[in-house]
Design a protein around this ligand. Sequence first.
Ligand SMILES: [Zn+2]
Length: 322
Amino acid sequence: MDHSGKRTAIGVDLGGTSIKFALGTEDGKIIKEDKKPTDTAASKETILADLSTAIKQMTEYARSRGYQPVTVGLGSPGSVDVGSGFLMGATPNFLHWQNVEIKKVLEKETGLPVFVDNDANLMALAETRFGAGVGHHHIICLTIGTGIGGGIIIDNNLYRGYHCSGAELGHLSIELEGLPCNCGGRGCLEAYASATAMLRNFKNLQEGMKISFSAEEMDVEYIFQLYRKNDAVARRVIEEASYYLGRGVATLINIFNPSLLIIGGGVAEAGEIYLSKVRETAYRYAMAKPREGVQIVAAKLGNKAGCLGAISFAFESMKNVQ
Ligand SMILES: [Zn+2]
């Protein structure tokens, strides 16, 4: 399809390992995408300069091919005031990425209107507009990775809370006096069902059973591979994590009564075994009425969700300011 001359947006996804950036259209077609490594130890000025370079690079590409980039959307970890595009407070995994005037600086640098939101919110938006959530207007989205990110769609729009700091669904407490969590609380879903939690449990159990393993092999996909070979430790780890996640999902169903619950991230991509266990627990523990008709499905957009959500958010925000 020829998009020449068509209005486009640049979407940027600032992650803990890479900055992904893409040129796309309002209907969710990605024309070009690229990425570069994130330096999580860098100063905020350096990270802002890296983001600005990425946007400029994509703008040049677009213009050289007759596309017209009209706006930029950016997803960042942490709590973002979407009105001012200001990153409030700190972000886990980044050393200095806190209290940053993201919108102000990038608009000055790039000359384009820039809109910033939390990365998990934008992934939820992408799945709603272009992915697993198409056709649904009440959606809860969970991204299972190093931590657990959340996004809430109510009446087809993102719900962010009083000052854009809500939807921290990974910090739903499921064991009141349980394991300490990075947030300062205890017993959070993230401490029991994230990829990090699964790897930690796997290592602990392996050590307890005096079985050696190579650290390089350790990622969640490795645990799923072992599971498929009927490994008892892998089975226990996956069953425990999916049980906890299922209990968390049951609570979310009771609170929000969504029509769809989307689970994304590397863990969900690893397989249907995991999802079916989450579903089984969630359906068993959720209340009868709120769970009626709720579907629990895997995310569809994979690692493109961040950029696609940013593109969609930028186009939608442009309409609101015009
Ligand atoms: Zn927590």
